[in-house]
Ligand binder design. Structure first.
Ligand SMILES: Nc1ncnc2c1ncn2[C@@H]1O[C@H](COP(=O)(O)OP(=O)(O)OP(=O)(O)O)[C@@H](O)[C@H]1O
Length: 325
């Protein structure tokens, strides 16, 4: 069982001189290593929720716990270092090179020069920027997407346990965005970071999140896996929100692991194998192109962990159809 990284206990926030609560009575447990996306329309309280986690804002009432400890009892500076924060405007220091930007926190922590240099190189490799080409550049010499990746590397420099990301890809073109989303999924799986990612883009939330939090007027409407939400929206609001996604889009965001069926432990089947992160859209395409009716789902070192049949795919699709009807 994964530990609980962050727990919200009846958390509310009312800003001074406002009559409404920006966040009202939020209860939620976030497991270590999970990728949580927070989805909602403008003004629904997403950013407020995120900023209470790193104590940019203090909750008006209720409690937030970090691995079981009340965050208000932790030393703010030490606590903040365990939390990486990435925002849309990146906020790279313009007068510093890429290398200096990424090394900011390690410098403050007085790591030795060689350790910092190695860390910078490793992080640049991780976000697919060649250290040789990029580390001496200034932010103005980078494209928007490259700046965003440097921002991500900088947020990860001191190896935080938790990453808070507030619409980090909001201002980026669709193709680069897709590319960054895929990189982020890979980084998260590799490093097992706990990520809270705010977005108002339904596809992005469903594509990235192991679980999605749907917010409206400061309250959580539903907190579930993408498949759980698509197959069983908790209320009318959620149903309307996901109805903006047509079936093809849903098949693109639903992943093999969310709908697969169990298999016997001994699998000698020669069927085509897909990864757990494969989209149902690609699996459907495979079925149609190759006139096949099942695939096996493989999870790296763990071998075959499930299967998806044509029947199962139809059931998932039909559930989507009922919702959008
Ligand atoms: N500093 C502030 N002072 C007063 N009210 C605020 C402040 N920040 C946010 N609010 C209000 O709190 C509510 C929630 O805002 P929040 O920024 O959390 O929403 P959001 O879901 O992140 O929206 P968006 O998608 O537009 O960024 C809104 O009604 C907003 O006007």
């Amino acid at each position: 069982m994964a530990r609980t990284a962050i727990e919200f206990r009846n958390v509310s926030k009312q800003y001074a001189n406002t009559s409404q609560y920006a966040v009202a009575g939020v209860n939620m447990r976030i497991s270590e290593g999970s990728f949580i996306t927070i989805l909602g329309t403008s003004g629904s309280g997403k950013t407020t929720l995120l900023k209470m986690v790193n104590r940019i804002y203090e909750a008006t009432s209720g409690e937030i716990l970090y691995f079981g400890e009340h965050i208000k009892n932790l030393k703010l500076e030490e606590y903040r270092r365990k939390i990486g924060y990435v925002i849309q405007q990146v906020g790279l220091f313009p007068h510093m090179t890429v290398e200096e930007n990424i090394g900011t926190i390690p410098q403050i922590l007085r790591w030795d020069t060689e350790t910092i240099a190695n860390r910078v190189d490793a992080l640049l490799e991780l976000v697919c920027l060649s250290p040789r080409d990029f580390k001496k550049r200034y932010p103005r010499q980078l494209s928007g997407g490259q700046q965003q990746r440097v921002g991500l590397a900088r947020a990860m420099a001191a190896d935080p346990d938790i990453m808070l990301m507030d619409e980090p890809f909001g201002a980026i073109d669709a193709i680069t965005r897709q590319n960054l989303q895929e990189k982020l999924i890979r980084i998260q799986r590799k490093l097992n970071k706990t990520i809270l990612f705010v977005t108002h883009d339904v596809s992005e939330a469903f594509k990235l999140g192991d679980k999605v939090v749907i917010m409206h007027e400061g309250t959580i409407q539903q907190f579930d896996t993408p498949y759980g939400i698509i197959s069983k929206p908790a209320n009318e609001y959620v149903a309307r929100l996901i109805a903006t996604q047509d079936i093809v889009q849903r098949l693109k965001v639903l992943k093999a692991h969310s709908v697969m069926l169990p298999v016997d432990t001994q699998v000698s089947d020669r069927a085509f194998r897909v990864g757990t992160e494969e989209s149902l859209h690609n699996i459907l395409t495979y079925f149609l192109e190759h006139e096949q009716n099942h695939v096996l789902v493989e999870d790296g070192g763990r071998g075959v962990v499930g299967k998806i049949t044509w029947e199962q795919l139809k059931v998932s699709t039909r559930q989507g159809k009922i919702l959008s009807a």
